[in-house]
Design a protein around this ligand. Structure first.
Ligand SMILES: C[S@@+](CC[C@H](N)C(=O)[O-])C[C@H]1O[C@@H](n2cnc3c(N)ncnc32)[C@H](O)[C@@H]1O
Length: 257
């Protein structure tokens, strides 16, 4: 089977989305250094997510990748799995050009959308089996914005579908300012692949755009959106920094007579 890929024209961007984009438009190569050195545990997360999906889906499934970047993470998750179709959305056109290269020889159809994931999920009318969002929900500033996206994601999944994400996570009762001060030293050692200039660019981005939530807050958003189960499935080693979460949509809806 020959893979087919296409770009879909831009969606409307929100002001918050434009802010988050400014770093990744200019500094995508710094982020790639971080990923390649496994400083954010992409390799561990890819094998974990691959195992979760293969346990759940023996038949071809549709995978939606929110804020997909260059698609390298998803490609490694999906390797060897029965993928019917991959769809990715990102604000960063450069990253999407790389994603087109990433998927060009894959044995499944792919579609890359340029635009804001919030707008995309809200207008999506083709439900998915699995939705993934890696290190990007935290660009939404408020709990209300994040909750609205969780609810839209729930609506965009088929019954029995899965949503998973990995996001910055703070201790219960910890302020954003305290989280940033506490995690800065460990982030500097995690990002050992970056020189001081690259680290300060990355840290400036994190300080301005990262809006972590507690474990309980991330899980509660899933519950409020309607997911049947919400659980933490991975925590980066060391003092709490980022964790991954899995949310399962009920297989069937029961209506009262
Ligand atoms: C930290 S990178 C993560 C990329 C990839 N998910 C990964 O785990 O390697 C953040 C990505 O989110 C994208 N992004 C941020 N806000 C977005 C939004 N509202 N809609 C779509 N993409 C967004 C950026 O362009 C960037 O590619």
């Amino acid at each position: 089977m020959t893979a087919q890929g296409k770009f879909v024209p831009s969606l409307r961007e929100t002001a918050g989305a434009r802010d988050a984009l400014s770093f990744f438009r200019n500094e995508w190569n710094i982020y790639q250094k971080i990923v390649q050195s496994n400083a954010m545990h992409h390799r561990d997360l890819a094998s974990l997510l691959g195992a979760v999906i293969s346990k759940r889906f023996a038949v071809p499934f549709h995978f939606f990748d929110l804020a997909c970047g260059d698609g390298v993470f998803a490609k490694s998750v999906l390797h060897g799995l029965p993928v019917a179709r991959y769809q990715g959305v990102d604000l960063n056109e450069n990253a999407l050009m790389q994603a087109a290269e990433t998927f060009k020889n894959c044995p499944y159809d792919f579609e890359l959308h340029h635009g804001d994931m919030v707008a995309w999920v809200n207008r999506n009318r083709t439900p998915a089996d699995v939705m993934w969002c890696g290190f990007s929900l935290h660009h939404l500033k408020t709990c209300g914005e994040k909750q609205a996206l969780f609810s839209a994601i729930y609506q965009s999944l088929k019954p029995g579908g899965l949503f998973a994400c990995v996001e910055p996570t703070c201790h219960a009762g910890e302020s954003r300012e305290h989280y940033l001060a506490r995690t800065r030293p460990q982030v500097r050692s995690r990002f050992a692949a970056l020189d001081d200039q690259e680290f300060s660019q990355m840290w400036a981005h994190i300080s301005e755009h990262d809006h972590p939530e507690t474990v309980q807050s991330w899980l509660s958003m899933g519950v409020r959106a309607g997911f049947e189960t919400s659980r933490e499935i991975y925590r980066m080693p060391g003092d709490l920094f980022c964790a991954a979460y899995l949310f399962e949509k009920p297989a069937r809806r029961f209506t009262q007579a």
